[in-house]
Design a protein around this ligand. Structure first.
Ligand code: MN
Length: 231
C-alpha cells in the first residue's frame, strides 16, 4: 500500500514496568462527574453522563520523573486545569454491562483535561460544540499508565492538583457520580469501545486558571504523579 504522504505516527503512552507502550485509539472525556464540580459550574444533582472527545494526538505524553512543557494555547485568556483519573481500555466491546466493565480496563494514569474555559463558555451560551474549548493541541497531558493489578485501590484514591506548590484541587475518586464501570456501560452503548481507548473520567471541584510559567503537579494515590510546566 502506498500513501499520498507519510501517515501520522501512532500516538502511544509509556507503561510502568514494561517496554511495550500503550497505543492510543480515541480519547473520551466525561463531563461534570463530581458533584462539587458540577455545582461550581452552575449545575446540581445527578444528570445522565455525557461525553466529549479529544483527538488522540492532543495528548501531551509525560514520561515518569519528567516535567512536560505545555505551550499556552492560542485564542484563550482563561486556560483551566482539570485533574482527572484516566482509565485505559485494553479490551473493546459494545453494550458492556457495568457488572462486566472492569475486565475491559487495562490500567490507569493521571491526566489533565486542559480547557479553554472562555471558549467553552461561549460555545455553551451559543449552543455550539465544545471542540474548540476542549479538543485543542496539547490539551490532554497524561502520565505513564499503570496496569490495573498494580494500581492499588485507585477507585477510592485521593486525587489532587497543585499549582506552584499550592493546592488547587483535592478530592477522592470515590466521589465520582458515575463510576468507571457505569461510565463504560454508558459509553459502550453509544460507541464500540476499542483497545487503546482512554477515558478521562471527570474532574473534582477547584478548577481555575493557569498562566505561562506555572508548574502543575497532578496526583492520584497509587499512580506516578504528572508534572506539567506551562510555557
Ligand atoms: Mn474534564
Amino acid at each position: 500500500m502506498s500513501y499520498l504522504f507519510a501517515p501520522p505516527a501512532t500516538v502511544s503512552v509509556p507503561v510502568v514496568g514494561r517496554a511495550e507502550r500503550f497505543p492510543v485509539h480515541r480519547i473520551y472525556c466525561v463531563g461534570r462527574n463530581y458533584e462539587d464540580h458540577a455545582k461550581e459550574m452552575g449545575f446540581t444533582g445527578r444528570e445522565p453522563p455525557f461525553f466529549f472527545l479529544k483527538p488522540a494526538d492532543a495528548l501531551l505524553v509525560v514520561n515518569a520523573g519528567e516535567t512536560g512543557d505545555m505551550p499556552y494555547p492560542t485564542l484563550t485568556k482563561n486556560l483551566h486545569h482539570e485533574i482527572e483519573l484516566v482509565a485505559a481500555i485494553g479490551k473493546g466491546g459494545k453494550n458492556i454491562a457495568a457488572a462486566d466493565a472492569m475486565a475491559h480496563v487495562w490500567g490507569y494514569a493521571v491526566g489533565l483535561d486542559m480547557t479553554r474555559r472562555d471558549l467553552q463558555n461561549d460555545a455553551k451560551k451559543q449552543g455550539r460544540p465544545w471542540c474548540i474549548g476542549k479538543g485543542f493541541d496539547h490539551s490532554a497531558p497524561i502520565g505513564p499508565i499503570v496496569p490495573a493489578a498494580q494500581a492499588g485501590d485507585v477507585l477510592h484514591a485521593e486525587i489532587a492538583l497543585q499549582v506552584n506548590g499550592a493546592d488547587r484541587q483535592r478530592s477522592n475518586v470515590g466521589k465520582l457520580i458515575w463510576n468507571i464501570a457505569e461510565t463504560i456501560e454508558h459509553l459502550s452503548a453509544a460507541w464500540e469501545l476499542q483497545p487503546g481507548d482512554l477515558i478521562y473520567t471527570g474532574t473534582p471541584e477547584g478548577v481555575a486558571a493557569v498562566v505561562a510559567g506555572d508548574l502543575l503537579v497532578g496526583s492520584v494515590a497509587g499512580l506516578p504523579e504528572l508534572r506539567v510546566r506551562m510555557v
